[in-house]
Design a protein around this ligand. Structure first.
Ligand code: AP5
Length: 208
């Protein structure tokens, strides 16, 4: 099954995509995580990407498309994959359709207010990449899964979140109509609790 998780920053794409990928035994492909790894490793791609990411802007389409195309050639993608945060522009979606088929697109819907609250409280593990919200953490600096250090992503600062939301509305929201017209879009409420939203994802995909 080849799936896309679409939605504004903080809608829960990563939270649900990781869990579903684990259940279906297919990889979750987050372009955001791939880019952050390039930044950490100080590759040429990472150096180019970081100035866009720090400002909450999109990284240029050609960089992203090349990176994804290469990732899909890995053997773990043979039985399907879940894209988390890709595509983000119609140009990326069109490029994607030239080299793979998509079975369904989950469109997670959440209000801007919910998103700002979630991202200001998000903590990410620097060791295992697990994502948590401070309201559910006993210790806000230690990963409950692996004991690694939890960090607050630089682009989760409120001013940058507001720009990411603006970029989503301006550049990514058009994909809702794009995939609806192709009959692939499945709307799922992303504003409720984690379990409730995840159940919605599974119902939409007829997996529950
Ligand atoms: P990326 O890493 O993809 O960030 P994003 O899309 O902005 O999405 P997030 O990871 O912020 O949110 P999410 O929807 O995954 O939410 P999460 O599950 O973590 O991209 C970062 C940057 O990289 C971009 O700004 C851009 O520069 C660049 N980039 C990446 N892909 C690109 C592309 N294709 N093209 C161009 N540029 C690209 O949840 C958020 C928080 O809420 C967590 O703390 C979580 O625990 C909590 N939470 C989740 N669901 C719930 C719930 N139901 N109730 C309560 N809390 C919840």
């Amino acid at each position: 099954m080849n799936l896309i998780f679409l939605g504004p920053p903080g809608a829960g794409k990563g939270t649900h995509a990781v869990r579903l990928a684990h259940e279906l035994n297919i990889p979750q492909i987050s372009t955001g995580d791939m880019l952050r790894q390039h930044v950490r490793e100080k590759t040429a791609l990472g150096q180019e990407a970081s100035r866009f990411m720090d400002a909450g802007e999109l990284v240029p389409d050609d960089v992203i498309i090349g990176m994804v195309r290469q990732r899909l050639q890995q053997p773990d993608c043979a039985n399907g994959y879940i894209f988390d945060g890709f595509p983000r522009t119609v140009a990326q979606a069109e490029a994607l359709s030239s080299f793979t088929d998509i079975d369904a697109v989950i469109n997670l819907i959440a209000d801007d207010e919910v998103i700002i609250r979630r991202l200001s409280g998000r903590r990410v593990c620097s060791a295992c990449s697990g994502t948590f919200h401070i309201s559910r953490l006993e210790n806000p600096t230690v990963c409950p899964d692996c004991g690694g250090t939890l960090i607050h992503r630089a682009d989760d600062a409120e001013e940058t979140v507001l720009n990411r939301l603006e970029v989503y509305h301006r550049q990514t929201e058009a994909l809702i109509a794009y995939y609806r017209n192709k009959g692939l879009l499945l709307d799922v409420q992303g504003g409720g609790g984690v379990e409730e939203n995840y159940a919605g994802v599974k119902r939409a995909l007829k997996l529950a």
